[in-house]
Design a protein around this ligand. Structure first.
Ligand code: 5AD
Ligand code: SF4
Length: 437
């Protein structure tokens, strides 16, 4: 059988879609371990920031010699860059055989078939399909590890001023509860101990026939036999409710961690971003979380240098970061994305002025993370063992329910088990410890 290699860029939604790509092709292609042993290479692309997009073109450049060496090699480009760029990719990158959009994943096998029989290079992009293309997909037989992703909805209706997601993923569409539960049962039967529910804005999940909301869904998944941990991303602060926090506190499998992207600390900038909350409202939700779930850890996303952002605005972001005490913050320089509302905004604040802000923010966050990490030393925590570390040095890697990454020596037979680990050392990204018998 021929082999396919899928290279994934970007977020967990793309990681999930890549699993589905393998699954939709499994009758014809086995998974390849690397691109140079594949007969078909697919790039599942991300366009959230300009840098992510450039990576796709530079990887395509690197694939050129491989294609020259192996003329039968097929190269496909899917995901968010494909959805936005379409035919332009075929024009710009002559080694590409097919381009397919985010709503066309389920047609991949027939698109490839057509490429082979017609001999023509193809671009297949549906604008906004009112179906979830990954629904009903088979799952590749070879699931790895005890953690699994499960998409519950696609698209986003929020149109934050900087964000390309609504343009490349379309409007919000929720999958049915039955389909989600069926997939969750499948995952658990195949070794998943932890499931992360995915959506651009999970709080606006609506069961298509009953109208049930996200909390109902969370309760149903929590009740499944054999599931130990349940997580979900991403929550929009404007929709993050007290009811959900009560559900998180009350449902045994739901973990004590929330990713709550704040984006900015200045109300003026939040309004310009069209985020629909103020920093005060955000902080109130954080207090509520902390009072109802004492062990909770919070992570966030922040954009630095939005058009018009001045030093005083940025100082408000720094102060908010300090007040919340995030476990981790993913911070990015603003990147103008074609087609978004912020793409054409004038920016009177010089690039030079803003350049140092991102490293400044990261330094503040690193200090907060370091403080959290050192306060964990000496404690014993429950860790779900996800696998062996990247370096095969006898170290295992896992996470606490509240999202601390822990490394410790142990045997591979522990993968998939929850073990008690005493924390001995704190590192920049993770903690190190030993198993307590
Ligand atoms: N520029 C910079 N960062 C962005 N993000 C989304 N769009 C942009 C952009 N145009 C960041 C946001 C989002 C995360 C996934 O990526 O912080 O939460
Ligand atoms: Fe983008 Fe805003 Fe939707 Fe998140 S909520 S995907 S930032 S538009």
């Amino acid at each position: 059988m021929e082999k396919v290699y899928v290279k994934t860029f970007g977020c967990q939604m793309n990681v999930y879609d890549s699993e589905k790509i393998y699954a939709f092709l499994q009758d014809r292609y086995l998974p390849a371990a690397a691109e140079d042993e594949a007969d078909l290479v697919i790039l599942n692309t991300c366009s959230i920031r300009e840098k992510a997009e450039q990576k796709v073109y530079s990887l395509l450049g690197r694939l050129k010699p491989l294609k020259e060496e192996k003329p039968d090699l097929l190269i496909g480009v899917g995901g968010c860059v494909a959805q936005q760029e379409g035919e332009r990719i075929l024009a710009r990158a002559p080694m590409v055989d097919i381009v397919f959009g985010t709503h066309n994943i389920d047609q991949l096998a027939s698109i490839l078939e057509e490429r082979i029989t017609s001999g023509r290079r193809l671009c297949r992009i549906d604008e906004d399909a009112d179906r979830v293309p990954t629904a009903g997909a088979p799952r590749a037989g070879s699931r790895k590890g005890p953690t699994a992703l499960l998409t519950i909805m696609k698209g986003c209706d929020n149109f934050c001023a900087y964000c390309v997601v609504p343009l490349v993923r379309g409007r919000e569409i929720s999958r049915s509860r039955d389909e989600i539960l069926e997939e969750a049962r499948y995952l658990i039967a195949h070794g998943a101990k932890e499931i992360t529910l995915l959506g651009q804005n999970v709080n606006s999940y609506r069961e298509p026939s009953t109208g049930g909301g996200f909390i109902d869904l969370l309760e149903s998944v929590d009740a499944l036999d054999g599931l130990e941990r349940l997580r979900f991303v991403t929550s929009h602060p404007k929709d993050f409710s007290e009811g959900l926090v009560h559900a998180m506190a009350g449902l045994p499998s739901v973990c004590e961690h929330i990713h709550l992207p704040v984006q900015a600390g200045s109300d003026r900038i939040l309004a310009a971003m069209r985020r629909c909350y103020t920093s005060g409202e955000y902080l109130e939700k954080v207090s509520m979380l902390r009072s109802l779930i004492p062990e909770v850890e919070i992570t966030t996303d922040i954009i630095v240098g939005f058009p018009g952002e001045e030093r005083a605005d940025f100082d408000r972001t720094l102060s908010l970061v300090d007040t919340v005490g995030y476990q981790n913050a993913f911070s990015f320089r603003f990147s103008a994305r074609p087609g978004t509302a912020a793409a054409d905004l004038e920016d009177p604040v010089p690039h030079e002025t803003k350049r140092s802000w991102l490293p400044e923010l990261q330094e503040v966050q690193n200090r907060i993370t370091a403080g959290k990490h050192s306060s964990m030393v000496g404690r014993t925590v429950g860790v779900l063992v996800e696998g062996s570390g990247r370096r095969s040095n006898g170290m295992l890697e896992g996470r606490t329910r509240n999202n601390f990454i822990v490394h410790f020596p142990g045997s591979p037979s522990m993968v998939g088990c929850e073990v008690d680990v005493r924390i001995l050392r704190s590192r920049k990204i993770h903690l190190e410890g030993e198993v307590v018998s």
